[in-house]
Structure formats: C-alpha cells, structure tokens
Design a protein around this ligand. Structure first.
Ligand code: DC
Length: 234
C-alpha cells in the first residue's frame, strides 16, 4: 500500500480567480489545519522590491533586501472574505500587497529562481511536518509533491473575471471588466510559461473546474477526497 510522506498536507493550486483562497481558508478552518497563502509571500517580496526602488529583475538585490526584514504571515485562516495578514517589520501590509502596482509586478519577481528557492524553503519550514493547507501556483508540483492530496482548481476566464470584479468592489475599488480580463490573462500567461515552477497540474493532482460549482460544493468534494485518501491509502 502506498504510504504518503506528508499525510496531512493538502495543496491547492490554480490561476487567479479560481477560488483557491476562499476554499483553502474554509478547509483549514473546518479541518483544523494551518493555512499558508504562498501568493501573499510572493506579493510581500514584490512590495519590498518596489519600496526599495529595486529593478524587478535584480534578484540579488531583492534577496538582500528581503533577508534584511522580518517577514511574518498569518497561518490561521480568518474570515474567507478577508486578506491574509502579512507583516513586514511589524508593519501591516495586507492591503498594500494587493495594490494594482504589486499585482502587475508580482509575476515578474516570482519568475526569479533565487526568489522561488528562498520562499519555497520558508514555506516548507512553516508547513513543517504537516497539518497544513498550502495555496498557490506550485505548492503541489514543487513545494510538497508528496502531499496526500493535490488539488488544481480552475474556472472559465469569464467567471474568474466576474469573481475578481466582485472582490475589488467589496474593497470599494472600481475597475472595468475589460481591464481585469487583460490583467488576468497577462498573469496567467506569465505564470504558466515561466521556466522555473510554472503553473501546472501536478502529476497525480485532481483538477476541479469551479465555474458552475458553489463554494460549499467544492469544499465538500475536497473534504471527501481527503477523507477517502487518508482512510484508504495510509
Ligand atoms: O495567488 P496570488 O494572486 O496572490 O499570487 C500572486 C502571484 O504570485 C501570482 O501571479 C504568481 C505568484 N505565485 C507564484 O509564482 N507561486 C506561488 N506558489 C504563489 C504565487
């Protein structure tokens, strides 16, 4: 019988707007697991680069600036509608890492192999031996390929644009649908085509299209898969 190395790790990857964050937070709360929003980490590093006026391709300087600060990320899933809390030297940056400036720069910074190595090692340290849900683009393919359950969430582009618009409206940000669509398509392209750790469905990952699935249904489906796996394969 196959024995998984990381029995209590669930990874949830997928493109922007696929429902990862909402689903991962509910699961972490219901299953009493740690929650790790890896995208928030790439955003925080990007904010550090922007605030220090560092060239977005200058990996060495970004790494030097990043290792000189205290970066903290909340590992408890609070409300599924609120952003993950992130602190840089005790400063709350949860809102600033979601700014349009960071949004368009993050795909460039997250392409850099040294930045990825740095954050992947931090992610493994935080998730440790298990009991964690990781959410991102490469958490099943690179960070924990031995996770007991690897989910790849996706949804149609029109549905993802609609969700992103709603999210922005909740934060009182008004952005045109066409603009959101362009941003999402650009980010999808860069994330899926970069050399190092592109967005892919992990080998034995399970793909779920959430276009027509309400959140509770997605959550229940993943819970069922998790229970089946841990019962039958360990
Ligand atoms: O999930 P998000 O939109 O907050 O992620 C922001 C960006 O970070 C995303 O466009 C690509 C990058 N990212 C990544 O390269 N690897 C991850 N594991 C998570 C995010």
């Amino acid at each position: 019988m196959k024995k998984y190395a990381y029995r209590n790790i669930i990874t949830i990857d997928g493109p922007a707007g696929s429902g990862k964050s909402t689903v991962a937070k509910i699961l972490a709360r219901d299953l009493d697991m740690k929650y790790l929003d890896t995208g928030a980490m790439y955003r925080a590093i990007t904010l550090i680069a922007l605030e220090n006026n560092i060239e977005l391709e200058d990996e060495k300087s970004i790494l030097a600036a990043a290792s000189g600060v205290k970066l903290e990320i909340d590992q408890v899933a609070s409300s599924e509608n609120s952003y993950t809390k992130v602190f840089i030297n005790d400063r709350d940056v949860a809102e600033s890492i979601r700014s349009p400036e960071v949004g368009s720069a993050v795909s460039i910074v997250s392409r850099l192999p040294g930045i990825r190595r740095y954050l992947v090692s931090m992610q493994r340290k935080i998730a440790g031996e298990g009991n964690a849900i990781l959410e991102g683009r490469d958490t099943g393919s690179v960070v924990y390929p031995d996770a007991v359950l690897k989910i790849f969430l996706t949804a149609s582009i029109s549905e993802r644009v609609k969700r992103r618009k709603l999210q922005l409206e909740e934060k009182n940000q008004e952005v045109k649908l066409g603009h959101i669509k362009e941003e999402i398509k650009k980010r999808d392209f860069i994330d899926s085509n970069r050399k190092d750790s592109p967005l892919v469905i992990p080998g034995d990952g399970i793909k779920l299209d959430t276009s027509d699935m309400p959140i509770f249904e997605v959550v229940n489906k993943i819970k069922q898969l998790y229970y089946d796996r841990t019962k039958t394969k360990i």
